[in-house]
Design a protein around this ligand. Structure first.
Ligand code: COA
Length: 165
């Protein structure tokens, strides 16, 4: 059968990256509420689209399998959210979305891109390390947690190297 003869890499290539639209928010929320105990609300996604942040969808023939959001100001980009549908995790879609967001930050001539990540989120931290992000600080009690609060690592990737003096 065709589907069996196609390898994983080919299947991933069939997934397209496209801008998020207001009509996508329901599908995005279906993923958001499964990947975290403390999901964003639909109105946060909706507002991010309205204010013109970089809001991107990984679309597999009409089915949303992930999304990523990035903002930029004063020459710095901030990755606000990246999530992949649980059944599609581990297929390099997160890597693909991250590379895309970094490309967007470069296009906007940002000097660096930063993000926050739960200190317990090993999977995401591994991905960010792999892309060259380094930990530049911590934010204490940044996230809600099942018991109390959880700290965030702040991670950063330099995009423009300063000329040496
Ligand atoms: C974190 C997340 C975005 C990664 O996306 P993904 O598509 O699963 O990751 P990829 O397949 O692109 O993997 C890229 C790298 O991430 C790391 N990684 C992926 N799955 C992993 C796992 N199960 N355990 C440890 N590291 C893992 C590895 O370094 C991997 O590289 P490798 O395959 O060469 O080992 C995804 O797991 C997710 O949506 N998680 C829930 C939401 C979330 O935590 N978002 C981040 C908030 S800061």
């Amino acid at each position: 059968m065709f589907e069996r003869s196609i390898n994983n890499e080919a299947l991933i290539k069939m997934v397209i990256l496209r801008p998020m639209q207001q009509e996508d928010v329901e599908g995005v929320m279906a993923i958001e509420t499964t990947v975290t105990e403390f999901p964003w609300t639909a109105s946060i996604f909706s507002d991010c689209i309205k204010v013109g942040y970089g809001c991107w969808i990984l679309d597999d023939e009409g089915s949303i399998c992930g999304y990523g959001l990035i903002s930029s100001s004063a020459g710095e980009a901030h990755i606000l959210n990246i999530s992949i549908k649980p059944e599609r995790q581990g297929q390099k879609l997160g890597l693909r979305m991250m590379r895309h967001l970094i490309k967007q930050a470069k296009y906007l001539k940002c000097a660096s891109v930063f993000l926050e990540v739960r200190v317990s989120n090993k999977r995401a931290i591994d991905l960010y390390n792999k892309l060259g992000f380094v930990k530049v600080g911590d934010r204490k009690d940044y996230y809600p947690a099942t018991e109390g609060r959880e700290d965030a690592h702040v991670m950063s990737l330099a995009l423009i190297t300063q000329p040496s003096a």
